[in-house]
Design a protein around this ligand. Sequence first.
Ligand SMILES: Cc1ncc(COP(=O)(O)O)c(C=O)c1O
Length: 403
Amino acid sequence: MTDRDESDDAREGVAFTDIYVDDAIVDRVTETLRSTRYVKGAGVQRFERAFADLCGTDHAVGVNSGTAALLLSMQAAGVGPGDDVFVPGHTFFASASPVLHLGANPVFVDVDPRTYTMDPNDLAATVAASDSPKAVVPVHLYGHLADMDAILDVADEHDLTVVEDSCQAHFATRDGHTAGASGDAGAFSFYPSKNMTVGGDGGMLVTDDDDLAARARQLRDHGRDDDGVHQVVGLNYRMSEVAAAVGHEQLDRVRGWNAARATAAARYDELLAGVDGVQTPAVADGTQHVYHLYVVQVPAADRDPLREYLAERDIETGIHYETPVHHHPAVAEEVGDVHLPRTEALVDRIISLPMHPRITPEEVEMVCETIESYVAKHGGETDVADVTDRTPARTDGGREARR
Ligand SMILES: Cc1ncc(COP(=O)(O)O)c(C=O)c1O
């Protein structure tokens, strides 16, 4: 998202995303490079403090990816071999891969197909069938918080550690919860396409738990204590000073960018409201969605042809995600045959439309007009009920049947 030049204006289509950089960010990077202090400096600490303050948590621990933030949250909370960790099937692979990395069992839970987040009823049923429940990973997918009130109730009842995967939901809220701040720990990603970045890979772990924060700090730095003695086996997950400089500058802007995303989403909602067969994203009451992605559902038979139609007109789209996590070979060979009907139906219907803070009203209109023109020519049959009215996900009576 640099200042636009003529080649941008001449572009006829619509870009999926946009990366922001300005002089203030470049100056901070230059200053940091000239300081020659690249790791373990005061910049990371300042960024951590500012990030924790915005989340409303006591601690923030800067790391080198969202995946590392998830892994360290779980490891610091004591997740290990034999533990069951409940994860939604519809998410990015990294919500679940740290569980396998720690030798624990990912146990998959279906999602609410309207908000795309973990279904608390399916969670309750899945946990009840577990012999060794340990942790739950609600994922605030696309920027919409999972139903934290209901999930925290289940977690309290079964003494589960709650690690919020907030990698797509910087400063989103729901029912008084801010992403990452209500569980035992929250994990954020600063991958370049996220709502804010550090100019490369990076992540943040937030928590109110002093011990968990201290363990995470130790684990991110080879398990060392302040005297340089390796008390536990950690690895190197440290955030660099250059990354922190970019992140800190972006932190001042991210809430404005989130508001701009919400404005674009409202325009999409309005323009797509009357288009047959297109289901716009639902927003649960009491939710401030931050629209990392704007994902619509269309009839499965129309999904790929519609994407092609948009691509032919130079409109970029994505699918997040084409394959449920439990169907990826690396996971399936560990968990066996798992079936989540809602997740498995919706992955054939979803399209992520262009979304970023500087998308123009004209670009949103162009996307919507193109979708409308596709529907007028080819589509228009509403089969939304196929997914949203599907019987509750858990029909098999227990965890064993799902493995
Ligand atoms: C939902 C979700 N979880 C985890 C991650 C992992 O974050 P990272 O790519 O920074 O490791 C991402 C980002 O790609 C994500 O979108």
